[in-house]
Design a protein around this ligand. Structure first.
Ligand SMILES: [Zn+2]
Length: 469
């Protein structure tokens, strides 16, 4: 059975393009060695990839080849097994680079297929995620309860607490490639594709948790903190030139409104549309080269469309003037002891260049210790985390614990106050309603006429003002 499984993987990965015919025997023999099994001659297998992987996992467990108990140790072994068949990082770079020259779609399709068929993205786990669409008063929003991040076993938790190493500096760093052994994530078979954005080196990979279709992560070669400024715009427009069928987006760099990893410059992209893409809009500025529309969306946002240079210039102007924009009447203060104004942004190229800027502010005060433009405490029983870029585009990533709690909201004491604030409805709709309200809490310019007029004045003033880049 082990021989048959190894032969099935060899055939499968060769068909996928991962190994060349020259590497067959080499890879097969290494797989036998990893399984501590005497090598045998090849015979055409009658086994699918999934069954082959399961067979080898069971064999490894029987032979006590796993380093511990729990899913992390299984994942680590499977990653090592897959790595036996993978091209070296430099070969992968050349392979994908050649495909990219042929077509951007060919390159992403192959990278995505490799990520799935090598189980870097565990599609079976991703498919367990719950998705739900909720129609709010301003349009649809979506929620997903993410079950693809497995819970850590006690042994894994013990090992990660004991680790305390500073290499690699973070989970994104390029130094993760080829790492294994719990508590490191299983990265033996991880491969990165290097691209150049605005003259700087970045890496492209897929997210193992796949929050949306072809969810990719683009991160800097250097372990350097997130910074949001005009350079991000230039990088994004380069990215959509390389991959015009993908969007790219950035979290803010400030706490409360930022992403979970602020210490390493990185972006999220993919082949997906979000509720914000369908938001109603009203044109507020137009020139020969570009249009700027205000979106009817709870997060104060504008969509800039046009030719590359004009879009870049307008986006940079808006980011710069937002940094110093204050409107005390609306509670918007650019700076107290710290700076508070920042943006979330995304770019696409559906023909013309498109940038959406979403204006954020992370100020707190005595009445709102968690944040003024932040999730109201009543909703935090559902989501306590920051409202980041994926959320502001209209997709909530909700914690896995909700799966268990959802059937018994009325019995759980912590949900009683929340239940009085949501409509009586199906639990998924109650969660959708909650998220639609969270987005309203996070909006800096509220929907009333005075706030919206101030928003428009800010945008048109910034675009027509003489303020330089
Ligand atoms: Zn890092």
């Amino acid at each position: 059975m082990i021989r048959q499984a190894i032969d099935a993987l060899t055939d499968h990965y060769q068909a996928l393009g991962l190994l060349s015919p020259h590497d067959r025997e080499y890879c097969r023999n290494r797989a036998f060695r990893l399984l501590q099994e005497p090598p045998q001659a090849y015979r055409p297998p009658q086994l699918g990839r999934k069954d082959a992987l399961n067979t080898l996992l069971l064999a490894a467990r029987d032979k006590k080849l796993l380093a511990g108990e729990g899913i992390a140790f299984e994942d680590d072994f499977m990653a090592k097994l897959t790595d036996v068949f993978m091209p070296r990082p430099g070969e992968y770079q050349e392979w994908i680079g050649d495909l990219l020259e042929r077509s951007p779609e060919a390159a992403t399709e192959k990278m995505y297929q490799v990520a799935i068929e090598t189980e870097y993205i565990k599609l079976e786990r991703v498919q367990q995620n719950i998705h739900h669409r909720y129609l709010a008063d301003y349009g649809a929003v979506e929620i997903t309860i993410n079950l693809s991040k497995p819970e850590k076993s006690p042994e894994e938790i013990r090992l990660s607490q004991a680790a305390g190493s500073d290499y690699p500096a973070c989970l994104l760093c390029k130094e993760n490639v080829g790492l294994s052994e719990v508590p490191n994530p299983a990265r033996s078979h991880h491969r990165l594709f290097q691209i150049e954005l605005n003259g700087e080196d970045y890496f492209f990979q897929y997210s193992p948790y796949s929050y949306f279709n072809e969810h990719c992560i683009v991160f800097s070669k250097q372990h350097e903190p997130m910074e949001i400024d005009g350079r991000v715009i230039d990088r994004f427009l380069d990215f959509v030139d390389i991959f015009p069928h993908y969007f790219i987006s950035a979290n803010a760099e400030l706490p409360i409104v930022g992403g979970s990893i602020l210490t390493h410059d990185h972006y999220q992209g993919g082949r997906a549309n979000f509720p914000i893409d369908s938001a109603r809009s009203s044109l507020i500025y137009q020139s020969k080269e570009l249009t700027v529309a205000k979106l009817d969306w709870p997060i104060s946002a504008v969509r800039i469309e046009g030719d590359r240079q004009a879009v870049a210039q307008a986006a940079k102007k808006l980011i710069n003037s937002w940094r110093s924009y204050s409107n005390p009447k609306l509670g918007i203060l650019a700076q107290t002891d710290d700076i508070h104004n920042t943006v979330n942004l995304m770019a696409r190229k559906p023909g013309r260049y498109q940038v959406i800027l979403m204006f954020r502010n992370n100020r707190t005060d005595a009445d709102n210790p968690d944040g003024i433009f932040h999730t109201n405490p009543v909703w935090q029983v559902v989501k306590r985390e920051n409202i980041g870029i994926i959320e502001v585009m209209g997709l909530a990533i909700l914690p896995a614990r909700l799966m268990n709690e959802m059937g018994q909201f009325d019995q759980l004491p912590e949900y009683q106050k929340w239940l009085t604030a949501v409509p009586q409805a199906d639990p998924l709709d109650q969660l959708g309603y909650t998220f639609s309200q969270i987005l309203k809490d996070c909006g800096v310019f509220k929907p009333d006429q005075e706030s919206q007029a101030a928003f428009e004045a800010f945008v048109t003033g910034s675009l027509t003002g003489s303020e330089s880049e």
